[in-house]
Ligand binder design. Sequence first.
Ligand code: GLN
Length: 544
Amino acid sequence: MTKHIFVTGGVVSSLGKGLTSASIGMLLEQRGLRVRMQKLDPYINVDPGTMSPYQHGEVYVLDDGSETDLDLGHYERFTSGQLTRDCNYTTGQIYLSVIEQERKGQFLGKTVQVIPHITNEIKSVIKRMGGDDVDVVITEIGGTVGDIESLPFLEAIRQFSLDVGRDNCLYLHLTLVPYLKAADELKTKPTQHSVGQLREIGIQPDILVCRCEHSISREDREKIALFCNVPTEAVIEEKDKDFSIYEVPLSLVDNKLDELIVQKLGLSNAANELNITPWTDLIHRLRNPRHEISIAVVGKYAEHKDAYKSIYEAIDHAGIHNQAQIRIGRIQSADIEREGAERLLSGYHGILIPGGFGERGIEGKVQAIQFARERGIPFFGICLGMQCAVIEFGRHILGLDGAHSSEFDKDTKHPVICLLDEQENVTQMGGTMRLGSQPATLLPDTHARLAYETESIEERHRHRYEFNNFYREHFEKMGMIFSGTRPDGGLVEIIEVPDHPWFVAVQFHPEFKSKPLQSHPLFAGFVGAALQRHQRRSDSHPDQ
Ligand code: GLN
C-alpha cells in the first residue's frame, strides 16, 4: 500500500518547502524506497505556462510537455522518479475539472460544493499518484497555512487519512523559528500559532521541520513539542544554509528525519540503510574547487533570481563536474545596449544567453553574441539564445541587413527565425508552442556529439519560433554547422560556429535535465571550455 507524506508550510512563505520536500524524497530514495512527488498550488491560474517569470519565477517544463511550477525542478534534480502532468495541480485546474463535470451533468443536478466535490477532486489527484510501483507519495501543499486559498487542499488532506488510514499518512509541517536580536532569543510562538491553525482544521502534524538562523536548544525543542503536541524527536531543526542548497538533505539526516519518517510510516522492513555517500562526495567537491571562473548570463529577467532558476542550477552542476567554482554575473541585456558588450562582458570566461519571450533587450543579446563570437569566448545559447545567435550570424556573416525573428519584426526582409507556417514548404503546427521532450539526431565530429557521446538525444522544448529552413543552405555555405536536427532533418535543433573554442546554441532547454550528480553534457562542455579559456589566460598572464 502506498504511503502518503503531506508537506505544509506555516508562519511565512518562501520557507523552502519545495527544497525540503525534494530533500526528503531524495533521502527516501537513498533508502531504497520508490518515491513520487507532487505539488498542489492554491492559485487560480489554470495554466502556469502563462504566468510572469517576474512574479512566479521560471516555468518548468516536463518531458510530457506540461508547464509547471519551478518546485518540480527541485523534485527532478533531487530524485529520479518520473514527473508527469499529474504531479502539479492548481486550484484553477481542480475547479475547472469539477465545473466541466457539472456542465456534463455528471452530478445529476445536485448542489456542487467545496466539500465534497472540490475536496473529492483533490483527493482523486492525490490518489492517482499511488500504485503498486510506488512506496511513498510526497504531496507538497503550496501557500501558507492560514491563507483562504489553501483551505480546500488542507481539508482534502485531512479527509485523506480517513480514506486510507491514519497509519498510511504523515503530516509534516515546515515552520519558522525566528531569532529576535533585541532579546537574543529564538521565538517559538509563531510556530505554536501556525500549528494551532492546522489543528483547528483537524490536522495534527506528526513532524515539525523548523527553519531557523540559529540552532534550536533542547529546551526550545521541548517547548515546541509540548505546545504543538508532538514528541521532542519530531521537532527537526533545519538551519539556513549559506553555502549550498545541496547541504539541506545532509542536515536533515543529521537530525534523523529519514529514520523518523521510515518508522512513523511503518516502512522499516521495506527501507534499506541510508546510502548518502554520493551526496557527501558532492558537497566535498563543492567545498574543494580547483579553479574559479566567471560566467555571464545575459537575459531580460537577470535581476529576478528565480526566472532562470534551472539555468543557474545547471551551471552549478557543470561547476561540480569540472571541479570549478563559478561566479555567475547576471547581466541585463538592455544594459548592454546602453553601455556596450566590451564594458559589461570583458573578463568573463563564458557567456550564456537563456530563453525568453518579448522584444526588450534583443539587440543587447545580439551584441553579446557578436562579442563572444569575435573574441573566441565560449558561448552557449538556449532557445531564444539560439535564435539571437542565428540573427547575429545572418546579419554579420551573411550580410543579411536587418535579419530578424518575425516574433520581433513582422515585416523583416530576412525572417531567419519564423513560425513554421510562415515557411513556404511546411504548414503544420502553426503558432502553437512546441512543448516537451522531442528527439534529435547529432552530426559526428561536432561539439554537441562530443559532449553527448551519442547520436540520438531527447530534449525538452518550449517555443513557437524556429530556424527558417529557407536560409539553411546559405548559412551552411558561410560556415554555420547544424550539428543537431530533428531526426527527419526538418527542424534545426543545434547550431555551432566553427573556428571558435566553443560556440553552441540549442533550440531546446537542456537546463531542465541537469542534475547535481549528473551534469548536463552541454553545460559540462560549455563550462569545460570556459575553464580552458581561464587556464590559457592564466598561463599567458601568470599574475592574474
Ligand atoms: N520566444 C521564442 C519562441 O517562442 C523563444 C522561446 C524560449 O526561449 N523559450 O520561439
